[in-house]
Design a protein around this ligand. Sequence first.
Ligand code: PMP
Length: 358
Amino acid sequence: MSRVHNFCAGPCTLPVEVLEEVQTEFLDFRGSGMSLVELSHRSAEYDDVHEAALKLFRDVFEVPEDFEILFLQGGATLLFSLVPMNLLGDGERAGYVRSGTWGKGAVRDAAFHGDVYVAWDGEPHGFTRMPRDDDLDVHAGTRYLHVTSNETIEGIRMAAFPSVDVPIVGDMSSDYVSRPIPWERFDLVYGGTQKNLGPAGLAVVLVRKEALVERQLGSYLRFDRHAEGRSLMNTPPMFAIYLMGKVLGWIRGLGGVRAMEERARRRSSMVYGAIEESGGFYRSPVDPTDRSLMNIVFRTPTDELDAAFLKGAEAEGLMNLKGHRSVGGMRASIYNAMTDEGVDALVEHMRGFREANT
Ligand code: PMP
């Protein structure tokens, strides 16, 4: 078996130990004579998996007891709609931070479902930085302020969450469970699992119990219905929940969310170090205060050298380093499960490539 170093922005690399365990259990799940994907979601075997995943999520991410944990389908994209549908009542409005591609998507979709406004727009800054508290224009009577904690495409992150008088709602898709957060400022946190936590097909919502309101919506669209049904109101994405549970167990073994943050700081600073020491050969447009610890964007002096960098990287088994088509250059996504060896190999390639081309 040969595994590459996969720097994809998501879905992405997962811990090999977890994949091996899943492989071992795949045909006969815990002596049931059935695969997990063949079991009823009402079976005792699956119920144990489901409960364990809920409990691990709470433990590992330090989710307070007054928050419900919901396992949903539809990705973060469906939540762009479900959040305003569930949180905004008649006459209520929400502010959105338009910090990059995903913040833009969130406010665009929310506008179909409620009265929303842009509390800060990063577009005039080329989406290279996040707002400071003073930059935010939060109107009176705002129900929530929506932020994207990490912009996956532009490679920027909120180093600190805003201190505002209204509850925060955070899309944490690309830095989920990689940093502890100030829960008292939040009413809701959400994200897809296909980066830091498992495969695609599952999104996790953490919502303050007090914020759950009965709405005149179809049952799947209602957060309160999912909370009442422990995310088993209908058939959940069982395999994704099972695999996420295993990844959460692996994270817990390494020390939980705080250990993930320390790991992310250490590893991203190695890559940013290789950019800084390059004397301008590698450039990143991102304001150093707002550098992502997960998605590191950089370029070489020319498009031709970018292409040669990527070709050389692939030859060394460093895959999916191409930047998003909207920004170009390179993007190294270093999520929780990326190995230290992968980061070392990337830094080595960056140094070697620069020396060969200057
Ligand atoms: N928000 C962020 C920050 C993302 O990175 C992504 C996916 N890359 C999304 C939202 C959309 O997520 P999904 O594909 O799960 O709908």
